[in-house]
Design a protein around this ligand. Sequence first.
Ligand SMILES: Cc1cc2nc3c(=O)[nH]c(=O)nc-3n(C[C@H](O)[C@H](O)[C@H](O)COP(=O)(O)OP(=O)(O)OC[C@H]3O[C@@H](n4cnc5c(N)ncnc54)[C@H](O)[C@@H]3O)c2cc1C
Length: 430
Amino acid sequence: MQVAIIGGGYAGMAAAVDLSAAGISVTVYEAALQLGGRARRVNFRDTLLDNGLHILIGAYSETLRLIRQVHPGHESALLRLPMDWHIHGEFRLSAPRLPAPLHLLAGVMRASGLSFSERLGLARFMVALQRMQFQLASDISVETLLQQHSQSEKVCRVMWRPLCVAALNTPPASASAQVFLNVIKDSLSGARDASDMLISRVDLSALFPEPAAAWITGRGGHVITGQRVSALETHGDGYAVTTNENRQVFSHVICAISPHQVHDMLGGIPALAGIADTINGLRYQSIHSVWLQYPDAVALPAPMLGLTGGLIHWVFDREKLCGQRGLVGAVISAEGEHQALDQETLGIHIHEELKQHFHALPEPLWRRVIAEKRATFSCTVGVNRPPQLTPARNFFLAGDYTASVYPATIEAAVRSGIICARHIQNGRHD
Ligand SMILES: Cc1cc2nc3c(=O)[nH]c(=O)nc-3n(C[C@H](O)[C@H](O)[C@H](O)COP(=O)(O)OP(=O)(O)OC[C@H]3O[C@@H](n4cnc5c(N)ncnc54)[C@H](O)[C@@H]3O)c2cc1C
């Protein structure tokens, strides 16, 4: 058995680790020079950035398991913070170290910035969600769900809408309430440490894909970077994979590339025409990350703060997270008016907005805007996500867009890769 994995993002590398662990020979093809895909290192002016600020949560069980499996320094690679939902100057909900679900109820009842009746309304909503076991009879939008449960405008503004946009990268008016509930169930309503926020102290390529590559090659697998797969065709019982440098035949293929690239890749496999059309039907949302390097002495009041009333959703102080002095990262998720601004204007605007929140901020030494136009698929009501198992024999799809209880996240990507690997190990399609 020879397995080709196309794409060295978190999904492809998770599949490769799982197969290698089972003693199966894998070859990973990654078009870019570095691994990680949408969660990758960016080097700018001798400063290690990421293409986007990423947060993992304690509920990312499979991602954390694989990081532990392949990363020799995993214990220091992630900073684990107990849940602290902090909207600057408006609201704060911290979960005390109590057993679940008391940690959350105590956090809600002690939350600052809400009236007693708003806190009670929030707690009632959580209890109602528990009673319905976080399941809807049919999917509705997050905004409709919040209305149905009479959540106050303030609670929606400081808690539910920012959580929806952060988790689903989709505006609440169109976001899937069922996927939103899946996230709440696993994070806020799971074990106490499931709601922890984990932030990488190393860049995102070094957190998992690169140690995974070393682990895989140590077991006889191949991870080839800088080789784009240009054609994929059926070949006897298997598949021929063509890159700019060679052509090789494999018994199995896991296609782990970003969804907007999949349609063209599947053209040589007629059995996948229907799936290719489904994937073509997905719509996308952007994420803009604005990095600002201030003088060393500049610090924010907390490692991570939510902001309202402007373009910025979250702002991060990288010194508090990973020791990069004066480096601040601002995140703008999903669609919005910021998309009309060019990158230079957006960078200036973000600095001005930060000055309104944190007075006396000096001019940054430099700014870098990273716009991921297709950061994630739009996780709307009833969105149709393709399964990992396809009608083509020994051909599987991995990626954050494939069928999952989770929205487009690192955990969805990793789990999809593991599902493909397990199908191969269990001989599905063989
Ligand atoms: C700015 C931003 C912020 C985010 N924030 C978070 C967050 O806070 N928490 C979270 O959990 N998730 C977050 N996400 C989502 C997360 O990054 C993705 O869900 C995850 O990285 C997707 O991984 P993947 O392996 O499915 O796809 P990708 O990362 O897209 O990997 C696909 C890989 O395939 C390669 N490829 C494509 N075509 C070819 C080809 N022809 N031949 C060979 N290789 C090819 C690509 O170069 C790429 O490396 C964020 C995403 C972005 C963009």
